[in-house]
Design a protein around this ligand. Structure first.
Ligand SMILES: *Cc1c(COP(=O)(O)O)cnc(C)c1O
Length: 356
C-alpha cells in the first residue's frame, strides 16, 4: 500500500530517552521543560522571535481571531483545509470568500479590496502547500484599510520568503504539527506573532492564567503536552535529512511528469520551499477520478486536497469562487514523504500517464 504520506518516526530509543526526562520529572504537561526546550529550539531553527507551542494547528487560528478582538467579516480563501473557515465561524465571525490565483493557488490579492466592507476586520489567508501568499500586496491592503492579517501557515514548516521565515509575516501566523505534516508532534501546532500581541496570545492559550492565582483574560486550553514535545525534540535533528529527501522526491516527480499534460504547483519567486506536497492539477474532474481509481486499484492512495472548495460548505454563505471550485475538483496530491523510493514514484507516474 502507498499512502499520500508516511509519518516520519524517529528511532524509538531516541524518543524513549527524551520521554525518560518526563518520567524523571514526574511532570507531563503545563509547559514543562520539554515544551520550553522545543520552543527555544524551534525559535533558533526557524529564525522567529515569538512562538507558542500548541496542542494542534486549529486552536491557534481560533486564539488569533479571539485575541485580536476580530468581529464581523473576515476575508478568507476558499482553497484551504476546513479548519481555516471553521475557525472563523466558530469564533462568531463571517467568512467572506475571495477567489484564488489560478497558478499560485493562494488568495487573489487583486480581488481583496472589492470584498472589503465597513464590517471587515481582518484577512485570514493560507500559504497553500507552503507557497506564500502575495505578502507585500496583502500587507499594503491591510495597512490601508486597518485590517489585521492572520496567515494559516499549517504547511509552512521550513519555508522562507525573501530570506526570512514565512512565520514572521502577518500579525499572526499559525502552523500545524499534525502527524501528516512535514514536522510533527503527533498532534500539535504553534502560533507565531508580532511582539505586541505575544502576551495576549500567550494568556489566551492557557485559560488566561497569569501565574497560578490570577486570571487575566479570557482563555482556552491549547497547551502542548510534554509527550507531544518529546516527539518534536526527537524529530528536529532529522529535519535536514527530511527536507533533503522530500526534495529528491519532488525533483523525480518533476522530471517524470514534465512531458505529461497536467499542471503542477507554480512557486512564488524568492521562496525557499519545503517540498511539503506534490499537487497535480488535471484537465478535468473525470480525468482526475479515472487516475484516482486506477491508482487505488494498485492500492495507491493519493488525496483530493483541498476538496471541497470551502465556499461550498453547508454552514457558510455561498460565493462565486469559480477558480477555487474548479481547482478543488481537479487537484490531487500525489504520495510524497521523506524516503519515498524511485520505484514508488515511477509506478505512480506510470499509472497517471496510462490514464490521462
Ligand atoms: C492541517 C491543517 C490545519 C489544521 O491543523 P491541525 O493540527 O490538524 O489542527 C489547518 N489549516 C491547514 C491549511 C492545514 O493543512
Amino acid at each position: 500500500m502507498i499512502n499520500v504520506t508516511k509519518t516520519f518516526l524517529p528511532p524509538q530509543q531516541e524518543y524513549d530517552a527524551i520521554l525518560k526526562r518526563t518520567w524523571d520529572a514526574g511532570w507531563i504537561t503545563n509547559r514543562g521543560v520539554l515544551v520550553k526546550e522545543l520552543e527555544a529550539k524551534l525559535k533558533a531553527y526557524l529564525g522567529v522571535t515569538n512562538i507558542i507551542a500548541t496542542t494542534n494547528g486549529t486552536l491557534p487560528l481560533q486564539i488569533a481571531i479571539k485575541a485580536l478582538g476580530l468581529t464581523g467579516e473576515i476575508i478568507t480563501t476558499p482553497f484551504s483545509y476546513v479548519a481555516t473557515t471553521s475557525s472563523i465561524v466558530w469564533e462568531g465571525c463571517t467568512p467572506i470568500f475571495v477567489d484564488i490565483h489560478p497558478d499560485y493557488l493562494t488568495i487573489d490579492e487583486t480581488k481583496i479590496e472589492a470584498a472589503i466592507t465597513n464590517k471587515t476586520s481582518a484577512i485570514l489567508a493560507t500559504h497553500v502547500f507552503g507557497n506564500p501568499c502575495a505578502l507585500e500586496a496583502i500587507e499594503a491592503i491591510a495597512k490601508k484599510h486597518q485590517l489585521k492579517v492572520i496567515y494559516d501557515a499549517a504547511h509552512c514548516f521550513g519555508v522562507s520568503y525573501k530570506g526570512q521565515s514565512i512565520f514572521n509575516y502577518g500579525d499572526v501566523s499559525t502552523c500545524s504539527f499534525h502527524a501528516t505534516k512535514l514536522f510533527h508532534t503527533g498532534e500539535g501546532g504553534a502560533l507565531f506573532c508580532k511582539e505586541k500581541y505575544f502576551r495576549s496570545m500567550y494568556l489566551h492559550h492557557n485559560f488566561g492564567h497569569d501565574g497560578p492565582d490570577v486570571i487575566r483574560s479570557l482563555g482556552i486550553n491549547a497547551k502542548m503536552s510534554e509527550l507531544q514535545a518529546a516527539m518534536g525534540l526527537a524529530i528536529l535533528p532529522y529535519m535536514g535529512t527530511i527536507l533533503e529527501q522530500r526534495k529528491k522526491g519532488v525533483l523525480l516527480y518533476n522530471e517524470i511528469l514534465k512531458d505529461v499534460k497536467v499542471r503542477t504547483l507554480q512557486l512564488r519567486e524568492e521562496t525557499e520551499w519545503n517540498n511539503s506536497y506534490y499537487p497535480v492539477i488535471f484537465n478535468n474532474e473525470v480525468q482526475l477520478l479515472r487516475v484516482k481509481k486506477a491508482l487505488e486499484s494498485k492500492k495507491i492512495y493519493a488525496r483530493r486536497y483541498f476538496f471541497p472548495s470551502l465556499d461550498s460548505l453547508s454552514y457558510v454563505n455561498g460565493s462565486n469562487c469559480s477558480i477555487s471550485k474548479s481547482i478543488s475538483k481537479t487537484v490531487l496530491c500525489l504520495p510524497l514523504w521523506a524516503g519515498i523510493s524511485k520505484s514508488e514514484i515511477d509506478l505512480v507516474c506510470k499509472i497517471i500517464k496510462d490514464n490521462i
